[in-house]
Design a protein around this ligand. Sequence first.
Ligand code: PLP
Length: 390
Amino acid sequence: MSNRTYQFATKAIRTGHNRTNEQEHSEAIFPTSSFVFESAKDAAQVFAGDKPGNLYSRFTNPTVKAFEERLATLEGAERCVATASGMAAVLTTCMGLLNAGDHIVVSRNVFGSIIILFEQHLARFGLEIDFVDLADMNSWQAAIKPNTKMLFLESPSNPLTQIGDIRTLADLAHANNSLLVVDNVFCTPALQQPLAMGADVVVHSATKYLDGQGRAIGGAVLGSNKLMEKVFGFVRTAGPSMGPFNAWIFLKGLETLSLRMQAHSANALELAAWLEQQTVVQQVNYPGLVSHPQHELARQQQNDFGGILSFEIDGGQEAAWKFIDSSRLASITANIGDTKTIVTHPASTTHGRLTPEQKQEAGILAGLVRVSVGLEDIEDIKQDFSRSFT
Ligand SMILES: *Cc1c(COP(=O)(O)O)cnc(C)c1O
């Protein structure tokens, strides 16, 4: 199907579906490790790249390709490379695009495993890393060195929902011959399209909203053909590839992405406004609130404000744990981006390994609770949460 003339929701449902001779209505799954050829000559031509075709599912698989085409059109990317997880997407981006001796500047407020990947693993291979504050443009500027090759951020940030100024950071990156990489997991392309704002690469954990129902682990890297050729070169050789079953789940997830993100955002905004009125709640972090210090920037770069919020409750960890344990509806888990509402205590889970000073500096206070607002009826969520407030 031609993508040019269709709107987002249509592309999310129709792109990448090339029927087989069976004329299947839903996308076919190809659970096969390898593919056969008509003749020895045919095999030689496909291997040489002179003829299109599938060789081996570490390189290409039709179900995975359909997912890649669909997500690429939604992000406005020339090409998408699917990966085994969101972390594999970040690793693959670095392996494809960086060299030993390169310097990268990373927002301090990124997903915890990304910090560990950079600090404990990639640093051993000669990558230089500096961490900066997402919302402080001066600290980005000051961190740039002659060998800086990449700026990396996530916006909104987890769990405080700070916003990174994507356009300004893209200009800063390009003025210094670097790439801007944006982790778009919290917004998805339904709410934010970083490439259109100047970012060079988008990374995804498909595990979260792209699936949206907590069924599988996967990821993706998106950008220009030129950059993705390098990223794909690493994936096809090293093998952090997506399997066909997972690709099928994500394909089906994308079909409802637009609707789900609107509904998550509507529920989250209502819950955030309601939380602000609760006397035991000190502060609510949600970019959709007028009280959010970067509300205007969020409005400029996002279509809506997403499903993640956090709030600080009076009484520190004891009160936060009591709140979490009193809920009968919400799931206690560290995941996000699900139809089911999830509550997390960042200070003792996702950010538990930080020292008390680091927690203070990062704003991960003992009374902070993160909510990934699901698609249950909002009145039921409020009712559930009010149990521990009374
Ligand atoms: C979960 C997550 C990742 C990592 O993805 P996995 O699929 O768990 O490997 C990266 N970035 C963000 C923002 C995430 O929430």
